[in-house]
Design a protein around this ligand. Structure first.
Ligand code: GH3
Ligand code: MG
Ligand code: MG
Ligand code: MG
Length: 421
């Protein structure tokens, strides 16, 4: 829950804001109608506030005096204004307000709330500014800090490279082109040899007025480009749109890999990840174990208790797998069928699966329903993935044939008998 200071005297605007806050349970408004009230609130509880939405025309502060008061407490500040004034807008943005929004229609209010949510996300975003001019560096830092980004600075390309190598968790690099030593363009080329766009976004920066430099930057992997001098608003807009594109890409990648019901890897992602793990195992000459798991008589659950109960059983079972096999690759291959790929010897993996059986029986998925149970086949080897899965599947089939609720390690005619929990 985030507390938002709202300084506004217009009853109509207050009504709209109240309604909008009502739809955002994670944001708690604290309303003040005058600057004096806001001052008192800030003096007593500034540290409990996350951001402020303020009106420039208040009964005791008709000329935007409230802005300095709020900024003094280093509170991110969104200005909502009834009248648009270009010069004042520029002045406010340079002071460090997050944005200057004209109260025109519903879209303006939606925009202000989107900004509040964006601020929340920005707090975890790390940006490196590589720029040799201290004045530009400080301008960028001040503008982006007011949006709550974590800002780090480098004075030239080599220092930027060092920082990025030491701290691989940066989200965005903003790099000037003309710097002593390594230029921004060279830095971008070097970084893109290893880091993809979803690892690190890059925005190029230059006073060079030639369009070809913009094109070169983008061709060599920059996500965007900003020409100096720029206004603070253009900087924040480009940063936001670059980061939003990346978030969209990440969400897309996630939805292509993760099964939405169980939150486990889907079939495609399991095969992909398993391929990497098998390559690594081959390099170190280690065998791996594969388990195929299938819920028993699952169709009956759907038939007798409804599809929603079936879903609840799948979610409960997937949760158990994740808790028990945190370090193991787990996938939902389809329906009520799951697979594990583990560095453990088959005997050990099979013993862990038998331990899971009791917890599985405790999964609550429908009222008065029989205990949930699963069968499994485990196989250990050095063959390719499809062979490993096929062998595990044969053993799973055998576990089903032998009465379900068990794990088969060896096929009939081979040494060991199946384990029954
Ligand atoms: P066995 O013990 O031999 O494995 O029998 P079973 O009933 O578990 O196997 P069967 O393959 O006949 O049935 C699997 C059922 O799983 C059929 C299908 O409708 C159901 N199923 C597949 N995906 C889902 C899902 O996402 N949600 C639910 N609720 N059911 C699903
Ligand atoms: Mg420079
Ligand atoms: Mg089944
Ligand atoms: Mg099945």
């Amino acid at each position: 829950m985030r507390n938002i200071l709202v300084v506004e005297d217009s009853p109509l605007v207050l009504k709209i804001l109240e309604k909008m806050f009502h739809q955002q349970p994670d944001l708690q408004p604290l309303f003040c109608a005058t600057m004096a009230e806001a001052q008192l609130m800030l003096e007593t509880s500034a540290e409990l506030l996350f951001a402020a939405i303020i009106d420039l025309n208040l009964p005791d502060a008709p000329n935007g005096e409230i802005v300095d008061v709020v900024l003094h407490y280093q509170l991110p500040c969104i200005v909502l204004t009834g009248s648009y004034d270009e010069q004042r807008r520029e002045e406010m943005l340079l002071k460090g307000v997050v944005d200057y929004v004209q109260k025109e229609n519903q879209y303006s209010f939606d925009y202000a709330f989107r900004l509040l949510h964006r601020l929340e996300r920005n707090r975890s975003i790390k940006i490196l500014v590589a720029e040799d001019s201290p004045a530009t560096r400080h301008l960028i830092r001040n503008v982006l800090r007011s949006h709550l980004y974590q800002i780090h600075e480098a004075e030239d390309g080599e220092q930027a490279l060092r920082i990025l190598r030491e701290q691989p968790d940066f989200d965005l690099l903003i790099t000037d082109h003309s710097m002593p030593g390594l230029s921004g363009f060279e830095l971008t080329k070097l970084l893109r040899q290893k880091l993809k766009r979803h690892d690190l976004c890059i925005i190029g920066l230059s006073a060079d007025s030639k369009g070809s430099l913009t094109a070169q930057f983008i061709k060599h992997g920059a996500d965007d480009f900003l020409r100096k001098p720029f206004c603070p608003e253009e900087l924040t807009c480009r940063v936001t749109s670059t980061l939003e594109r990346r978030e969209m890409l990440q969400a897309l990648q996630r939805s292509a890999q993760i099964d939405s019901l169980t939150n486990l890897y889907n079939r495609r992602a399991f095969y992909e990840q398993a391929g990497h793990l098998l390559q690594a195992a081959e390099r170190t000459q280690r065998p791996v174990s594969v388990a195929m798991l299938d819920l028993d008589l699952f169709k009956r659950i759907n038939d007798n208790y409804g599809h929603a109960s079936g879903d609840a059983a799948l979610i409960g079972f997937a949760g158990l797998l994740q808790a028990a096999f945190g370090q193991t690759l787990i996938g939902r291959l389809g329906g009520e069928e799951f697979a594990l790929l583990s560095p453990l010897p088959a005997q050990q993996l099979s013993a862990q699966l038998d331990q899971l059986r009791q917890q599985c029986a405790g999964v609550q998925y429908a009222h008065n329903a029989p205990p949930l149970s699963f069968s499994a086949g485990v196989y250990q080897g050095r063959e390719d993935l499809s062979h490993l899965l096929h062998q595990a599947d044969l053993r799973l089939y055998q576990a089903k044939q032998q009465g379900r609720g068990r794990c088969c390690l060896e096929l009939d005619g081979q040494a060991a008998a199946p384990t029954i929990a």
